[in-house]
Write a protein that binds this ligand. Structure first.
Ligand code: MV4
Length: 448
């Protein structure tokens, strides 16, 4: 087992990793930007190294400084958390070349899932269902028109280097194809330095349901059931839950098996997530694979009663997976609390937290790095806490979440708590009758 892990991240996930390391008897090294010098991850780690000023590219993305911090502290592994360097293949490779274990997949695995066309081809070969579409890149508008006619409108134009909605366009009819092809291509080129485009049938009103998986260095892979992440706004998840209110036992089994096939197809090592689109007929299609621990891993931890960070560290240290022995129980819901003003189109709301009381009690978990007197810096992601409620049934989990959100007191900054409170009272949410378009239709601002 590792003796010392450097955590190349900040905020709640840095704290989350430090907690498990302590429980495993592993020493920890925090790295921090000058803006984060008073953060809890700095305080709770055994050692801390400043890696640069507040812009991410100068600190949390500054590979040279992070590697130097690992070397001077003699860390034998690096945990990347999520975001920042978590899915950077070059960084994974550099760790391997420097004899420091990257707690995550190899560069090759990250690359094979980072390029969406390669990922899709791998899934087709493995027998995982994908959305019908082009056979690889679509190099010209002429080709695109021919294909779209064959697939049938509406179609979706996607960037092979994409993800998270960038370089993505819905095309309803042929007259709209040329302009959308060109703008998607330009956006992809500017964002990713790769303007490769492909085409798929547009799946209408899909659910976003993802399967948590784990694979070890010996070719074993298992899944830890699903999370429903359909409640999103502009490709940012707001609420996640497990189990999905939409899945039948039969579909759960099929999607779980497909996710294991996906993991085994690339000999996946570490924990990861296979994302699917599920349409109204309950047909499901591979969308993307996330080769990192995700924000919402906590939902799975609660229904499985299982430490995913511990499993991830054990896998990296060469142990066999143990996750396959665990089964979901009850229901868990997570609300992401962001320092944003939901009344002003979710505008970021950094600033000093003057007063804080976090909810507590049976089945309530709050993962957060903030405290009374903490100043939320304007430079980073606006998520300041995750509230996860676990109960025997979905109805009880919703009731518990309402109670917990009412108990959550933050003064000094605006947060998304009022939004979540309204959502927990919404008829469609309570019925489990929603898809990825739900938030656009959800009229939550109170009229006087
Ligand atoms: C789709 C789709 C419909 N049809 N692909 C959004 C992000 C990127 N990872 C893929 N996305 C989508 N791909 C086809 N063929 C709809 C989306 C989509 C979406 C997916 C999951 C969650 C929220 C979403 C919001 C808008 C669009």
């Amino acid at each position: 087992m590792f003796k010392k892990i450097l955590i190349a991240n900040r905020g709640e996930i840095a704290l989350r990793v430090i907690r498990t390391c302590k429980e495993m008897g592993i020493n920890t090294v925090a790295v921090y930007s000058t803006a984060d010098k008073d953060s809890l991850h700095v305080r709770f780690a055994d050692e801390a190294v400043c890696i640069g000023p507040h812009p991410s590219r100068d600190s949390y993305l500054n590979v040279a400084n992070i590697m130097a911090a690992a070397e001077i502290t003699n860390a034998d592994a690096i945990h990347p958390g999520y975001g920042f360097l978590a899915e950077n293949a070059d960084f994974s490779q550099l760790c391997a070349d420097s004899n420091i274990k990257f707690i995550g997949p190899s560069a090759k695995m990250i690359q094979s899932m980072g390029d969406k066309i390669t990922a899709k081809e791998t899934m087709i070969k493995a027998g995982v269902p994908v959305v019908p579409g082009s056979d690889g890149l679509v190099p010209s508008i002429k080709e695109a028109k021919k294909l779209a006619k064959k697939i049938g409108y509406p179609v979706m134009i996607k960037a092979t280097a994409g993800g998270g909605g960038k370089g993505m366009r819905i095309v309803k009819e042929e007259a709209e194809l040329e302009s959308n092809y060109l703008s998607a291509q330009a956006e992809a080129g500017a964002s990713f330095g790769n303007d490769g485009i492909y085409i798929e049938k547009f799946v209408e009103e899909p659910r976003h349901i993802e399967i948590q998986i784990a694979g070890d260095q010996y070719g074993n892979a298992c899944h830890l059931s699903e999370r429903d992440c359909s409640i999103q706004r502009r490709h940012q998840k707001l609420v996640e839950e497990a189990p999905s209110p939409f899945l039948t036992e039969e579909l759960r089994k099929k999607m779980g098996e497909a996710a294991i096939k996906a993991a085994k197809a690339i000999n996946y090592e570490s924990v990861g997530t296979v994302e699917f689109l599920v349409d109204k007929h309950r047909d499901f299609y591979f969308m993307e694979m996330n080769t990192r621990i995700q924000v919402e891993h906590t939902v799975t931890e609660e229904v499985m009663d299982f430490d995913l960070i511990k499993e991830q560290i054990k896998i990296a240290a060469g142990e066999k997976i143990t996750a396959s022995e665990y089964f979901p129980k009850g229901h868990a819901i997570e609300c992401r609390i962001n320092a944003e003003d939901p009344m002003r189109d979710f505008a970021p709301c950094p600033g000093r937290i003057e007063y804080l009381h976090t909810p507590k009690g049976l089945g309530v978990r709050v993962d957060t790095h903030v405290f009374a007197g903490y100043t939320v810096p304007p430079f980073y992601d606006s998520m300041i806490a995750k509230v996860i409620c676990r109960a025997q049934t979905r109805t009880e989990a919703i009731a518990k979440m309402k109670r917990a959100l009412e108990e959550f007191l933050i003064e000094g900054i605006k947060t998304t708590i009022p939004f979540h409170l309204k959502l927990m009272d919404d008829k469609r949410f309570i019925e489990g009758n929603f898809n990825t378009g739900f938030i656009n239709e959800f009229d939550w601002i109170e009229e006087d």
